[in-house]
Structures are given as C-alpha cells and as structure tokens.
Design a protein around this ligand. Structure first.
Ligand SMILES: [Zn+2]
Length: 268
C-alpha cells in the first residue's frame, strides 16, 4: 500500500524559523520507490521521528529554491548515498535549485551533484519517468520564476502537489485527473500575498478538479491563527470533496480513496 507521509506542514519563514510546524517536506512511498518532496529544514530529524529511512530514497523532488523547500537537499543526498559510499538516486528540481540563476549559488552543491546518478532540471510542462511513475511539471506561478509543481502518475492513483503558486487556469488544467491533491495554502480566506494560495483559491481549485481527497498544507502564521482545520472544513462543505488539513507526521494511503471519476462537466 502506497503511503504519503508529511514530515512538515510549515509554510512561511515565521512558522519555519520558530518551528511552530516542522518543515521536512513530504515523502511518497510506492512499492520499492521513495520520493522526498521539498526537503526543508529539519528533514533528517523528522524522517527519524516519523519512521522514514532516507537511505532508501529513490528521488528527491524540489519545487523551487526557497529555503523552506530545499534547505536540506544536500543533507538528504548524504543520507541517500551513505555520504557518497554509493553513487545513487535522482534529483528532479526547478532550474533555480540545480543551476546558477542570475549569478546566484545553486542550492545543490557540485560535490553532492557528483554523488547522484542523475540530476534533472525540470521546466514547466516537462515530463520525466522514474521507475513506475511518470511525472509532469505543473506550471506554478511564484516569486521564483522557475518554480514547478509535480503531478505523479502512479500505477493505481495520480497525485498532484502544487508547490508554491498562485491560482492560475493553467495550474487547474494541469491538475485535472488527480485522485489526490496536495495544495500549499499559506493564507486563510482571501488573504493571499506574493503569488501564493489562500483558502479561497484552494476551494476553487478543489471544486474544479474534484479529486477523491484534497490535503491543504504549508501553513503561514495567519493560517495557523485562523485554524487550518476550520478552513479545510469550509472547503469540504462548499465542494463536497473530503479535505484534510495536514499535521506533522500525517500518513495518507492514497489507494484507499478510490478511483478518479473524471473531470467535472462544464469546466473549461
Ligand atoms: Zn516559495
């Protein structure tokens, strides 16, 4: 049975800095594959706490170069490769994480790049295959212009992770057909700032995509004050789609939510 494990649910620097929620990213385990998505600060600690063995990681997926998404990338590579004793694993990431943009230093060091089997810089709408999983880069629209989200076509379900993005028509289109939606929603109500989602825009995405399960995560201070649980309940009531507010250590078994029935009629 596939599992999605939340090693963190923090979504703003204030929440990350004080570790009001942890920030170790999201792990997807599927047969003999393990994907670590957005390994932010504390990934190693949280993996240990929540029973994830990082040495068995197959691929690390990084949506963009903001610290709470990629800070522990090199540390997870060390864990995955036994500090370079085994050359293995793949990094699939936005260009900003693996290459130098505007003279900036890429988060992935040259040393750690050499410990890997492969590095794949992912641009919006690119497709990549890893084992049984086909992956599409979702077109995120964020302050990191190279940011992407991930849509993972697994044999028995499809899961989309928004990454950090504002609401766009292209994003919704790209997410159609997902059984499980994971949305980064740092802001409550209609209070989004700086190319991010708020609960209202999450509601619009969820009502159009109609997944079997929606999970909101990546919470900022205002969202924590408003209570993510309450925001998720409102989305559930308005859309009819079961919607969960992620907590640190949450484990989801995506196959238990049934198959996707197709997009809602009338959406274009
Ligand atoms: Zn960001």
């Amino acid at each position: 049975m596939a599992r999605i494990i939340f090693l963190g649910t923090a979504g703003s620097s204030a929440v990350v800095n004080k570790q009001l929620r942890s920030s170790g990213g999201i792990v997807l385990q599927l047969e003999d594959l393990q994907f670590h998505i957005d390994p932010g600060p504390g990934s190693l600690v949280k993996a240990k706490q929540f029973g994830v063995n990082l040495h068995t990681t197959t691929a690390i997926l990084v949506s963009h170069a903001h610290l709470n998404h990629c800070n522990d990338l090199n540390a997870v590579i060390e864990a995955m490769t036994h500090s370079g004793l085994e050359q293995r694993g793949v990094v699939v990431a936005s260009k900003s994480v693996v290459t130098s943009i505007d003279g900036g230093h890429p988060f992935l060091t040259k040393y750690h790049q050499n410990l890997l089997e492969r590095v794949i810089p992912l641009e919006k709408n690119h497709k990549v295959g890893i084992g049984l999983v086909e992956m599409n880069a979702l077109p995120a629209s964020h302050t990191d212009k190279t940011a992407v989200g991930f849509k993972l076509y697994c044999p028995r379900f499809t899961v989309s992770y928004s990454g950090d993005t504002e609401l766009t028509k292209d994003l919704v289109e790209g997410m159609m057909g997902s059984n499980v939606l994971i949305l980064n929603v740092p802001y409550p109500g209609d209070k989004a700032e700086g190319k991010n989602l708020d609960a209202n825009s999450a509601l619009q995405i969820i009502s159009k995509v109609q997944p079997r399960l929606a999970i909101i995560t990546h919470f900022g201070l205002e969202m924590l004050k408003a209570d993510p649980l309450e925001e998720a309940r409102q989305i559930h009531r308005a859309t009819g789609v079961p919607t969960i507010a992620a907590t640190d250590g949450l484990v989801i078994t995506p196959e238990s939510f049934g198959e996707y029935k197709g997009p809602v009629k009338g959406y274009n």
